[in-house]
Design a protein around this ligand. Structure first.
Ligand code: PLP
Length: 424
């Protein structure tokens, strides 16, 4: 059917057909996770007695905003957390993580990054990039890092040793822009146990960006005291226009609320404008949308593997984030693949992405995204910093039918494939 809408080479159509057949079993597993998470979601909405009145927002200080409080209650119940902040006032994933880190860490405290160097944009927050804009280190927080083992697994012995005397054990679940696998919930639980055996009062915090609803549980149900993420990724369901969440132990979430607003003020203020309905709806849809993105991720890995490119994780592998990376081998390959994804975007399909400098990133970055929400990466997007081996990170896909077209358009534009087509 797809050939009625797009002009793909026969070689690519054959690979597409083969990939769909190979992915069938994995898709069935993903559908099962989706169904579980959707029912878990429905149960949280009904158990919390969400009413029509909760969908209406407030202005000004937003005192007694029942819709905001109810939405945070739903997210806490859903994720097995004691409390949650689930708000549009978080401006990005990085901002949300920064609020959480500054919320609970104090001068003299030590944080241990248990999964190696955190995501690029955290360098400025922690103080690893030499900038001095009020980062954690300037405020006297010490930073310590345990690299992942060469296998990509956490180094539990080293984590236990470093966590002795530390205040926080910091875990990044998703791979981010790194050549490492996303962490499974079993691994998160093992890190938490190792850290707590060494230092019983340690705070285990998880950067859960891209991880939400990829499995049947969330990190707070598997040993994390605190987790944070972005609403323009999985948990906003492609509908929340901005925002982030922090969930976990009530005392820690409370500290984060005081950091988000003002010390002494806390989470009792924060008007919701006209945004609540979309945030409820997005959260409600998030398990389904995350499943579509996961299918896209599995399919893209399978298709590019069939076409002879390195893709990780393999299509057969379990998923703990929605990212698939494809080694294009050259800057031209990155531009081609990103250009293809852009061309299949519902918005701005006519744009041609080019590498450029991005605040928070060391190398020039190329980004393809034609999204209803600017910068959204639960909608199909492809990006990566321009450095060897010229890996494009693909993520998102609000629905598999159009995301598959995007993946195919990207594949069609790859220099290798075009060369072969030209040669006969
Ligand atoms: C996206 C992401 C972030 C940062 O979020 P931004 O919205 O880009 O600031 C942090 N950590 C991980 C793992 C991410 O995927």
């Amino acid at each position: 059917m797809i050939e009625q809408f797009f002009n793909f080479s026969q070689k690519l159509l054959d690979a597409d057909k083969k990939a769909l057949a190979l992915c069938k079993e994995r898709f069935a597993q993903l559908d099962e996770i989706k169904e579980y998470n959707q029912l878990k979601m429905l149960k949280a909405f009904t158990d919390c007695r969400v009413g029509g009145n909760h969908l209406v927002g407030t202005t000004g200080y937003g005192m007694d905003d029942a819709g905001r409080a109810k939405l945070e209650e739903v997210f806490a119940v859903l994720t097995g957390s004691e409390a949650a902040l689930f708000r549009h006032n978080f401006m990005s994933g990085t901002h949300t993580l920064a609020v959480a880190l500054f919320g609970v860490l104090r001068p003299g405290d030590r944080m241990v990054a248990a999964t190696g160097r955190p995501y690029d944009t955290l360098a400025g927050v922690i103080g690893l990039d030499g900038t001095k804009c009020g980062n954690l280190m300037e405020f006297g927080v010490q930073y310590d890092e345990v690299p992942l083992l060469p296998t990509g697994a956490p180094d539990l012995d080293a984590i236990a040793a470093r966590c002795r005397g530390a205040k926080m054990c910091y875990i990044q679940r998703s791979r981010g822009y790194a050549a490492r696998p996303a962490l499974s919930l079993d691994e998160i639980e093992a890190i938490s146990k190792a850290a707590k055996a060494a230092q019983p009062d340690i705070i285990v915090m998880v950067d859960n960006c891209y991880g939400e609803f990829t499995q049947k549980q969330e990190p707070t149900q598997r040993g994390a005291d605190l987790m944070a993420g972005s609403l323009i990724k999985n948990p906003g369901g492609g509908i929340a226009p901005t925002g982030g969440y922090i969930a976990g132990r009530a005392d820690l979430v409370e500290l984060c609320a005081h950091r988000l607003t003002a010390p002494g003020v806390g989470g009792e203020i924060g008007c919701t404008l006209d945004l609540l309905r979309g945030m409820y709806l997005g959260l409600y849809y998030a398990p389904g949308v995350t499943c579509e993105a996961l299918k896209t991720s599995v399919y893209a890995a399978c298709l590019f593997e069939l076409l002879g490119y390195g893709a990780t994780p393999a299509y057969t592998a379990d998923r703990n984030d929605i990212i698939t990376s494809i080694e294009t081998g050259s800057p031209a390959g990155m531009v081609a693949l990103c250009g293809g994804v852009q061309a299949a975007s519902p918005v701005d399909s006519f744009a041609a992405p080019e590498p450029g400098d991005m605040p928070g990133y060391e190398d020039p970055v190329i980004m393809a995204a034609g999204a209803f929400t600017m910068g959204s990466s639960i909608e199909l997007s492809a990006d990566g910093p321009l450095r060897a081996p010229y890996t494009v990170y693909m993520q998102g896909g609000l629905n598999f039918a159009s995301a598959r077209a995007g993946v195919l358009l990207g594949a069609e534009k790859m220099p290798g494939l075009r060369q072969e087509a030209a040669n006969g």
